[in-house]
Design a protein around this ligand. Structure first.
Ligand code: BDR
Ligand code: CA
Length: 312
């Protein structure tokens, strides 16, 4: 039976590839997509989510707009990486499918309240504002969540928005703190693993060689945000961060990690949003997540390409 998932996202080119991968995969049943402010403001992330659904041939997908800012801090965005629209690169049509009227947080609460225990997986690809707000407002939704799989944080790789913080956690550290302290099963894809999900020419050419609109858009998006990352890291490609979350649900054995304690820095401005990971077990703090570190990169890209080929 397909696994029921909710995708919470701030697209973002790499979010786009993650959403396409999920929609193309029969193992997953996407109940709805909830947009949050992050890479770009909410008005654009909800619009981008609808562009991606239409591109994938899913104009009936439920897309909701959620929090337009973090819990306690002003919004920080990343147009320097993703461009003005958040999905810069190829030409894009204006979406015609509707945005749902209900607020994303209310829909998450209603959906989880109506669901059996352990029946829905939350896939979080952006700042955790929507998820934390839902859990704060309605703690009774927790039993319905079987797992939260999120892209965020970094430890040995440091940060990508400050020396110590990864973007998603930095933007809303207080929301991340709530999620990491939730007691729910948590799987984390930090920079330590996503920096291994690096594109290169052959991998992007394989997207283009699908000769479909989806393949073309994916190649163009990847080309666009590669420019920034190549310059920043001096690498040959760019990390495709968010698809790791979806790939994990399809083929968990592509990844390796440790069940450890991770705490979120919410006090010091210098290290705000740092994921303090007890990788070596030097404290007696109880493990609260599986923190990934290893990836079979070739199989990861093969999986994405093979699945995107199913979307015409
Ligand atoms: C994360 O931040 C965003 O720029 C990406 O979409 C990804 O979710 C990587 O730090
Ligand atoms: Ca994202």
């Amino acid at each position: 039976m397909a696994r029921n998932i909710i995708i919470d996202t701030d697209p973002g080119q790499d979010d786009a590839v993650a959403i396409l991968l999920a929609l193309a995969s029969p193992e997953l049943n996407v109940l709805g997509i909830t947009a949050v402010a992050g890479n770009v403001p909410l008005e654009l992330t909800q619009k981008n989510a609808r562009i991606i659904c239409e591109l994938a041939g899913f104009p009936g997908m439920l897309v909701f707009a959620g929090c337009d800012r973090p819990l306690n801090r002003p919004l920080v965005t990343a147009e320097h990486v993703h461009g003005k629209t958040g999905l810069d690169g190829p030409q894009m049509a204006t979406p015609t499918m509707p945005l749902q009227d209900q607020h994303a947080v209310d829909w998450i609460i209603d959906t989880l309240r109506a669901a059996p225990e352990n029946s829905i997986t939350i896939c979080a690809l952006g700042p955790l504002s929507n998820i934390a707000t839902a859990m704060q407002r309605a703690p009774d939704i927790k039993p319905a969540i079987s797992e939260i799989v999120l892209m965020g944080g970094g430890f040995f790789e440091g940060g990508n928005i400050t020396p110590t913080a990864e973007f998603n956690i930095y933007v809303d550290p207080h929301a991340a703190d709530i999620v990491f302290k939730s007691g729910l099963p948590l799987t984390v894809m930090p920079l330590d693993v996503t920096h291994k999900a690096l594109t290169n020419k052959a991998r992007v050419d394989a997207f283009r060689a699908l000769e479909t609109i989806v393949g073309h858009m994916t190649a163009e998006w990847t080309d666009f945000f590669e420019r920034f990352d190549k310059e920043k890291y001096g690498s040959k490609g760019a990390p495709l961060h968010d698809p790791t979350v979806i790939a994990y649900l399809i083929e968990p054995n592509l990844f390796s990690g440790r069940h450890i304690n991770v705490e979120i820095e919410t006090q010091s401005e210098l290290t705000m949003g740092m994921t303090v990971a007890d990788w070596w077990g030097v404290t007696d703090r109880a493990p609260n997540c599986t923190f990934m570190g290893g990836l079979d990169t070739d199989r990861f890209f093969k999986l994405i390409t093979e699945r995107l080929a199913r979307l015409k």
